[in-house]
Design a protein around this ligand. Structure first.
Ligand code: COA
Length: 313
């Protein structure tokens, strides 16, 4: 039984499909244009799967994270995949990760669904599980094939989303503080993706926008209170990559320079539960995450759900 209070991200990885779809590509399918999409969202392109399954992306991201951590897969004590669109109702994506990555068989591996907040939900659940595990590390993945649930005749939604996966290996730590906030306000009107009949994403964009620009700054302020820090103390903010106007509004409300907010939605669009771990993995690859850095993450999405977390690198 481990009783450490904090948590450390030991390894990060991500995978996005090679196939890119630009705003110009979409303008050939639906009545839109690059200027409208870029101005209203900041998105320039997104990556859509061709032959990849959700599990293929999750496995690739997991292998990269484990390599980055420099650990043996057999040291992992649990695997959680956050996704709204698993390949199968069963087996869970996490079960296929166990098989293909070579995780131990005597550990729990399962999927969770908290939409775009899923990865941060997964980290918090994993923390609790590691406290009862005799293994040191946990593997948390966000992986989404959202292109499969996009109505390519609905210009209000099909331009926003992309496919990809991000993964993190975490361990409990006494030297790295961790605080998190998870929230839920059940609503099946503002943002819905049914799993029978019309299985496409439906959304009231303006309502989601209003929800995001009020919830994310509130969550960040609550996290800062928990950590006993001011907004200026934070080195990096990593928001869910949904819309550049949302991230700019959050930066403004937190009185922080937009430069402290990592942005990659221009390249990937909104990859739901994968967006925060893809961003963290890219930041590490680019050498942006330095030992001792303080990171605040904030997300929001279907459910409605929201999430925030404070990490120390
Ligand atoms: N291309 C061109 N025009 C479009 C368009 C597109 N892709 N999508 C909508 N429009 C049109 C609308 O039909 C509307 O036309 P009208 O004025 O003639 O009726 C006009 O643009 C304005 O639409 P509106 O919905 O008011 O735009 P908006 O400024 O709210 O931007 C979103 C729409 C979806 C970009 C924005 O609301 C948003 O990003 N919301 C948050 C969504 C989100 O993050 N979802 C995921 C959460 S995890």
């Amino acid at each position: 039984m481990q009783v450490k209070d904090g948590l450390r991200i030991v390894g990060l990885g991500h995978y996005v499909p090679d196939n890119t779809v630009t705003n110009d590509d979409l303008s050939k399918i639906v009545d839109t244009n690059d200027e409208w999409i870029a101005t209203r969202t900041g998105i320039r392109k997104r990556h859509f799967v061709t032959t990849e399954r959700n599990q293929d992306m999750a496995i690739a991201a997991a292998k990269m994270a484990i390599k980055d951590a420099g650990i043996d897969p057999l040291e992992i004590g649990a695997c959680i995949v956050a996704t709204i669109r698993p390949d199968n109702m069963t087996p869970a994506v996490a079960c296929m990760v166990q098989k293909e990555v070579g995780l131990p068989t005597e550990i729990p591996c399962f999927d969770i669904n908290a939409a775009c907040s899923g990865f941060m939900y997964g980290v918090r659940v994993m923390r609790g599980m590691l406290m009862q595990s005799d293994k040191r590390y946990g593997l948390v993945i966000g992986s989404e094939t959202l292109s499969k649930v996009l109505n390519m005749e609905d210009r209000g939604t099909c331009i926003l989303f992309g496919d990809g996966a991000g993964a993190a290996v975490i361990e409990l730590s006494d030297d790295h503080r961790y605080f998190s906030i998870l929230g839920t306000k059940g609503d099946d009107e503002v943002l819905v993706c049914p799993n029978d009949g019309d299985r496409f994403v439906r959304m009231n964009g303006q309502e989601v926008f209003k929800f995001a620009v009020s919830t994310a700054p509130d969550t960040i302020n609550q996290i800062l209170d928990m950590a006993g820090l001011s907004a200026d103390d934070i080195d990096h903010y990593v928001c869910h990559q949904a819309n550049l106007r949302i991230i700019s509004s959050v930066a403004k409300k937190c009185k922080q320079s937009i430069d402290k907010f990592y942005v990659n939605l221009d390249e990937y669009g909104n990859t739901s539960s994968a967006s925060i771990p893809i961003a963290l993995s890219e930041m590490k690859q680019k050498g942006l995450l330095k030992s001792g850095d303080k990171v605040v993450c904030a997300g929001f999405g279907g459910g409605l759900t929201w999430c925030g977390a404070y990490f120390e690198i």
